[in-house]
Design a protein around this ligand. Structure first.
Ligand SMILES: [Zn+2]
Length: 294
């Protein structure tokens, strides 16, 4: 979206004052003159000196990870399935403004929210590499007028209060040193009675021990700090009412992955398995939960 429209929604993440454009590619805050660059159309609304060690490490890891992403925009089945999990709820009918935190280099949640749902959609990520790529995808998908991609920290969101109707964190909370800080930020930017979608790794004691070594290896590699049970999530989400939760990534998902690897699966079978995989059985490797701000 154009910068003047964007400036209505964002503020300085350091001192919470309004931002204004200086020249073509810098934003300055009106109170304390903090300066933020705009790189290839992407505002970088964080100061490196304010990031914690985990965030600094994750920036390096994800910049490298996303640098390998190709420039083609592919909406694979698993992404469509994720979108269904985010979009297909009765409350989404009243959503007009949406934010996905940690949206990654495809920016598909933000782009499809603008394209399919006509929501004004924001995506943030700590990786500049990711946001530059996502921004290009938005242009190619002709939704750059209704989307904005910003580099920012989930623990220090650069948005004004009471802006959003819907915020999602897909595989984000487990990466953060201070997950409670991020939840507090979401509480600030969500309007009253609006919704928060969370997808996190399910607690080890809920999932099959057979999967533990793979999950543990993955946790170390990607830099996960923890897993969550619905009880620990409910404890963390102070100021929110739990509305529903469900699980995905059951044993049958591994059959689907295995068959896909062997290219021994068609779309029909893929979706058949996918539909049985998303359910209330608490042994799934991913926990999805929806909360309403009180
Ligand atoms: Zn400032």
């Amino acid at each position: 979206m154009n910068i003047n429209k964007l400036l209505k929604y964002i503020y300085c993440p350091t001192c919470q004052s309004n931002l204004r454009l200086i020249g073509k590619d810098r934003l300055i805050c009106t109170k304390k003159n903090h300066i933020f660059p705009i790189v290839k159309g992407v505002p970088v609304l964080l100061q490196k000196s304010e990031l914690d060690n985990q965030e600094l490490n994750q920036t390096v890891w994800f910049d490298q990870h996303y640098s390998k992403f190709k420039n083609k925009y592919d909406l694979e089945n698993w992404r469509i399935s994720m979108l269904n999990r985010i979009f297909n709820h009765s409350f989404t009918k009243s959503v007009k403004i949406y934010l996905d935190v940690g949206c990654g280099a495809t920016g598909y949640t933000t782009i499809e929210a603008a394209k399919q749902k006509k929501w004004l959609s924001f995506g943030i990520d700590i990786s500049l590499e990711a946001m530059v790529k996502a921004n290009k995808h938005a242009v190619k998908n002709k939704v750059d007028g209704q989307t904005a991609f910003i580099v920012a920290s989930a623990q220090n969101l650069p948005f004004k209060e009471n802006i959003f109707d819907y915020v999602s964190f897909i595989s984000v909370l487990e990466h953060l040193e201070k997950d409670s800080l991020a939840v507090k930020q979401v509480q600030n930017i969500l309007k009253k009675n609006k919704y928060f979608y969370i997808c996190v790794p399910n607690a080890y004691h809920k999932i099959l021990p057979l999967i533990w070594p793979f999950y543990y290896y993955n946790d170390i590699k990607i830099g996960h700090k923890r897993h969550y049970s619905i009880r620990s999530l409910n404890r963390l989400l102070k100021g929110f009412t739990p509305k529903k939760h469900f699980y995905n990534g059951h044993l049958i998902k591994f059959l689907q992955l295995f068959l896909s690897k062997l290219k021994f699966i068609n779309d029909n079978l893929w979706w058949k398995i996918e539909k049985t995989d998303v359910n209330n059985n608490q042994s799934g490797v991913q926990l999805n939960a929806i909360y309403q701000k009180t």
